[in-house]
Ligand binder design. Structure first.
Ligand code: TXA
Ligand code: MG
Length: 322
């Protein structure tokens, strides 16, 4: 494959992107969380190409992205709880895992052969414009090779797939993604709703929509149930050391808030201690530090509240043994 090009998302390019999708090719596009690697969700061969391009295990299902709620009925059964959540948080960084409809038109590969399907209506204007003109769902995992750091800039997508024979035929530019961390994934396919992956939509916000009876809390962040939530994920090449209080020679420092710690190579996720800013720059900072091949990336403690829960979840997986 020739090196995939970054394209500005004007009307002509968006139309070209839709034609690429309709012909079974892959298109990378920005969402408000991270960049996605999209394929027509109803085209088995195209969805299979996502798994090949990412080197993704086939047991790890994909999120199908929709322009709006009217497309849900093409694919899934919406429970009353799921409808309330969708009405509150869509378009936005929330993914709902639902029962597939009996006559679901999506490829069974997006469900990894199972009976559920994950749906999301993203709110990024480029994703919205792409999907609005398409009329079908677009399956899109994060546009990185399996197990690696998710891309939050178009250039990261190029980095992931350059030199490989498979990858997106087009990358739509949307600048740096606003949130910077993947969507919250909720299992709504049973009687109870549970969080499979933390994100910027927090547990408190979800609880505020649901009755006590329908929400099932997790014990802690380490036992999430999404099939793709492997212990090691979102990982740079360098080992990652968490909750550090000192920095050793040869280590790169990933700081947070005001600190007296220093290192030859360091980034601060948010000098003012703002968690949203930290999430926004987290993956770009990890990539930059990783490029310098440090002995270890040493990460200061991050508060475990709001989007800090999701930041810590991703950092734990980045630090897990490969
Ligand atoms: O923010 C996001 O969610 C981004 C953007 C592109 O939308 N996408 C993303 O996709 O992070 P991916 O494939 O990297 O992560 C999807 C997560 C995985 O952990 C996967 O196992 C889980 O969602 N998932 C997908 N379908 C599922 C299903 N039917 N049941 C349970 N978990 C599912
Ligand atoms: Mg991913």
């Amino acid at each position: 494959m020739e090196l995939c090009k970054i394209s500005e998302p004007d009307d002509g390019t968006l139309e070209k992107a839709r034609l690429e999708l309709a012909s079974g090719r892959l298109v990378a596009f920005p969402t408000e969380t991270v960049y996605g690697l999209g394929a027509d969700a109803e085209n088995e061969v195209a969805v299979a190409a996502i798994y090949t391009a990412k080197g993704r295990p086939s047991r790890n299902p994909l999120i199908v992205h929709l322009a709006d709620m009217s497309l849900v009925e093409r694919y899934a059964e919406l429970t009353p709880e799921a409808r309330m959540l969708a009405e509150r948080f869509w378009p936005g960084p929330l993914t709902l895992v639902l029962k597939r409809k009996a006559d679901c038109r999506a490829s069974s590969l997006v469900s990894a052969g199972g009976e559920t399907i994950a749906l999301r209506v993203p709110r990024h204007p480029v994703a919205q414009r792409l999907l609005a003109g398409y009329g079908r769902g677009v399956a899109a995992p994060s546009a990185n090779r399996s197990g690696r750091i998710s891309p939050t800039q178009a250039a990261h997508v190029v980095e992931e797939f350059s030199g490989l024979s498979e990858g997106p035929s087009l990358i739509l530019n949307g600048g740096a993604t606003q949130i910077g961390i993947e969507s919250t994934v909720l299992d709504c396919s049973g009687d109870m709703v549970s969080i499979l992956r933390s994100g910027s939509v927090t547990e408190e916000e979800i609880r505020a929509v649901l009755s006590v009876k329908t929400y099932m809390a997790e014990d802690d962040g380490s036992t999430l149930l999404a099939p793709g939530m492997l212990a090691s994920h979102y990982a740079p090449q360098a080992p990652v050391r968490l909750n550090i209080t000192e920095v050793y020679p040869g280590e790169a420092l990933l700081a947070f808030g005001v600190t007296t710690l220093t290192a030859e190579v360091m980034r601060n996720l948010s000098p003012s201690g703002n968690l949203e800013e930290a999430a926004h720059v987290l993956y770009a900072c990890l990539r930059e530090l990783d490029h310098l091949h440090p002995k270890t990336i040493a990460v200061m403690p991050i508060p475990e509240n709001d989007i800090g829960v999701a930041i810590n979840d991703r950092l734990r997986r980045a630090a897990a043994n490969k």
